[in-house]
Design a protein around this ligand. Structure first.
Ligand code: ADP
Length: 259
């Protein structure tokens, strides 16, 4: 994925993402850090077109610059989204929720027909990978928070994605469960060579799992580098940056770019 000079201003005038160019290499586990309101969700949502750019362009590794609705649809079909509140349908089984991940692969008419045995096999395999095969027929609202988020991961995997985008996927879990769920997602991405871009608010989890950390403050990228470069200075830039003048960020912050 690439962002070229991408900026987002919401209709109410809030500048959520200042013009930003970033390249996300294949197979890299990238974590976005930043205070609340920094622009992490906006950046993630712009990468799958939920939030349209006000300027600049998005390019996918597989489709090039995304210019029209058909290309965006194709890109979204191969992009697994994982949300903080996992957005499962509580009264449906874990399996039915995972099967939702397959719907984007069909035309509207086809999706009204029963899903094939192959589709169900893919969904069950995805549940197996997150350790929930035995819970496939359990209602989603009868699962624990950690299990529900694992169903959310399985639903994303059932899309056979090229890319995973996750917006605060472990924010509503207790610390031990958060670490286990993130370790699971990390292991799967590693195994499949999947690119992932994940926003988190736990710095320690970012240090533990990220290949690359991108720090955002006030819609600007203020740090970009591997975890071992994330020192005290960088943490201050990411979390206290509001006191630093925003006019000319590249002068105020010495960006640490990945090679
Ligand atoms: P983060 O994910 O880092 O908490 P967001 O991307 O959600 O940050 O928000 C960035 C900024 O954009 C914040 O000032 C937020 O209030 C604003 N914002 C987010 N969504 C909208 C929206 N739909 N309309 C207007 N402003 C928004």
């Amino acid at each position: 994925m690439r962002l070229f000079d991408a900026g987002v201003t919401y209709p109410n005038g809030t500048v959520a993402l200042q013009p930003t160019s970033l390249e996300f290499a294949e197979g890299v586990f990238t974590i976005l850090l930043g205070p609340s309101g920094a622009g992490k969700s906006t950046l993630l949502r712009s990468l799958n077109g939920i939030v349209p750019l006000s300027q600049g362009q998005v390019a996918s590794a597989h489709l090039g610059v995304l210019r029209n609705a058909r290309q965006w649809r194709e890109h979204r079909r191969k992009t697994g989204m994982i949300f903080q509140q996992h957005q499962l349908i509580g009264r449906l089984t874990a399996l039915a929720n995972v099967l939702m991940g397959r719907l984007g692969h069909h035309s509207t008419l086809r999706s009204l027909l029963p899903l094939s045995v192959d589709e169900k096999r893919m969904a069950l395999e995805a549940l197996d990978r997150v350790g929930l095969l035995d819970y496939a027929l359990r209602r989603a609202d009868q699962l624990s928070g950690g299990q529900q988020q694992r169903v959310g991961i399985a639903r994303a995997l059932a899309q056979a994605p090229n890319l995973i985008l996750a917006d605060e996927p472990v924010a509503s879990l207790d610390p031990a469960t958060a670490e286990r769920v993130l370790a699971l997602l990390h292991g799967i991405c590693r195994q499949d060579g999947l690119s992932a871009i994940i926003s988190l608010h736990q710095v320690e989890l970012a240090r533990q799992f990220a290949d690359r950390i991108i720090g955002i403050n006030g819609g600007h990228v203020v740090f970009d580098g591997p975890p071992d470069r994330l020192g005290e200075d960088a943490i201050r830039r990411i979390y206290d940056g509001t006191s630093i003048p925003q006019k000319n960020p590249s002068a105020a912050y010495e960006l640490e770019m990945t090679p």
